[in-house]
Design a protein around this ligand. Structure first.
Ligand code: UTP
Length: 278
């Protein structure tokens, strides 16, 4: 079964400058938890407890975050502030972490290929932590794992987006096999609205078979001179099968200021204020 979840967290986060000049965008807090913690909790919810981080320069805070801070633990032991650490303690107890570094930011596809060292020859999940997904029950990764179990092929999470936003995404064309589940026939990275094959956009959650590494090795840089995961996924869709699943839940683009503010308001009102243990 799938045990590993890859977190490419090496990107520059330019849309969030100057905040991300010396701080990873994955450490931006949505209310009181950093984005990367939400992502790891979602992976754990899907049964993936081997967390593989592809980091880069200036991302040390992410690794430190998943270490026990003995000084802090000592300071607050036995006080009523201990409850603030309970969620991260749980994550640290359940997850195993490994890290590698992407020495040059050559795109998401390149970051995933860099993660091969940690993933090896097995199917794996991918979480882009700046896409925050909030669901009522099962997390999005758990939803994808369930589809993988039935189909044994790569699965990407998709959502319907408005025409004005389509050029921010990778967009699929597909054949609907059952409600909300498509076999991918085409994919275009960040198309102009007129060239978009549908309104179904790929978001930052994937379950991939290890064959993707072989394809990425031979994928030339595409848009912006970066190795695009979308290009490799299209090759995968043409040589084997890729499914696209309209996940249940809401996604916020926390890599953008607008999405981040929207997420913060939503989580504050719908999760934080309702949490009686806070
Ligand atoms: P984004 O394009 O959203 O991230 O990549 P970015 O480049 O950090 O952000 P902007 O556009 O400059 O604001 C999606 C994910 O892929 C990772 C990012 O960290 C993010 O989680 N990524 C991207 C890498 O790990 N390496 C890269 O070379 C590029």
């Amino acid at each position: 079964m799938i045990k590993k979840c890859l977190f490419p967290v090496a990107g520059y986060g330019t849309r969030f400058l100057p905040a991300t000049k010396s701080m990873p965008k994955e450490m931006l807090p949505v209310v009181n938890k950093p984005l990367v913690q939400y992502g790891v909790e979602e992976a754990l919810d899907g049964g993936l407890n081997e967390i593989c981080l592809v980091t880069g320069r200036g991302k040390r805070a992410i690794n430190d975050f998943f270490d026990t801070s003995f000084e802090l633990e000592h300071q607050i032991a036995g006080t009523d502030k201990e409850k603030y650490l309970s969620s991260i303690r749980k994550v640290i107890a359940q997850a195993k972490f490994s890290t590698t570094r992407q020495s040059e930011m050559k795109g998401l596809g390149h970051a995933i290929l860099t993660g091969e060292l940690l993933v090896g020859n097995e199917p794996f999940g991918v979480v882009l932590a700046d896409d925050l997904c909030i669901t009522e029950d099962q997390g999005v990764m758990a939803q994808l794992v369930e589809i993988y179990r039935r189909s044994n092929c790569s699965v990407v999470a998709i959502q319907e987006v408005d025409e004005v936003d389509i050029s921010k995404f990778g967009v699929i064309a597909g054949i609907e096999e059952e409600p909300g589940l498509f076999t991918v026939t085409d994919m275009v990275e960040k198309p102009e609205p007129a060239d978009a094959p549908s309104n179904l956009a790929i978001i930052g959650r994937y379950v991939l078979t290890p064959y993707i590494f072989e394809i990425l090795r031979h994928t030339p840089p595409g848009k912006n001179g970066e190795v695009q995961l979308t290009d490799a996924l299209l090759t995968l869709a043409k040589t084997s099968k890729v499914l696209a699943y309209k996940f249940k839940g809401r996604r916020f683009d926390c890599g953008s200021v607008d999405g981040y503010v929207e997420a913060t308001n939503y989580v504050y009102e719908n999760i934080y204020l309702k949490d009686e243990s806070r």
